[in-house]
Design a protein around this ligand. Structure first.
Ligand SMILES: C[S@@+](CC[C@H](N)C(=O)[O-])C[C@H]1O[C@@H](n2cnc3c(N)ncnc32)[C@H](O)[C@@H]1O
Length: 138
């Protein structure tokens, strides 16, 4: 696979092209399993107005298949940042813990940008993610 290039393909198929333990860092923004429908743009609808691929409420099997493949390609002692939504951590952290040592749960406070539409801490302006490490022997 060509390096330093943005590739657009199914993530599982893409990772199948990568050798074992060849990746230094995984930054993953998967479908959270929230059946998301964007209502943000009525005039020029986003692709997500019709829903997001693999975003069904019960998408844990899909997410686990992604995690399995990330675990294969990630180098030992390397890290993964796994974005999710605050109320999905309780489902997705155990999936990560099957393979990784979850070290922390982090909040990214988005101080600027079009998602900052409320002063309240909402899932739009506060992104939750898990930070984990691939330990030796996993
Ligand atoms: C939470 S969204 C991430 C959006 C992205 N970070 C952005 O700012 O546009 C999850 C994305 O994963 C994509 N997706 C779902 N299944 C996928 C798969 N098997 N391979 C690659 N991408 C997939 C969805 O189409 C969606 O765009």
């Amino acid at each position: 696979m060509e390096l330093n290039t943005v590739h657009h393909f199914d993530c599982i198929e893409g990772m199948h092209q990568l050798p074992d333990m060849s990746i230094d860092l995984a930054v993953v923004d998967p479908p959270y399993g929230i059946n998301f429908r964007s209502s943000n743009r009525k005039k020029y609808p986003l692709k997500s107005s019709d829903g997001i691929l693999n975003d069904e409420l019960d998408n844990a099997d899909f997410l686990e298949s992604v995690i399995v493949e990330i675990n294969r390609v990630l180098k030992t002692n390397s890290h993964i940042y796994w974005f999710t939504r605050w109320d999905k951590v309780k489902i997705q952290q155990p999936l990560l813990e099957k393979f990784f040592q979850v070290k922390n749960s982090l909040i990214w406070m988005k101080m600027v940008g079009r998602w900052v539409i409320s002063e309240e801490p909402t899932p739009d302006n506060m992104k939750t993610f898990c930070f984990a490490r691939k330990a030796a022997g996993t």
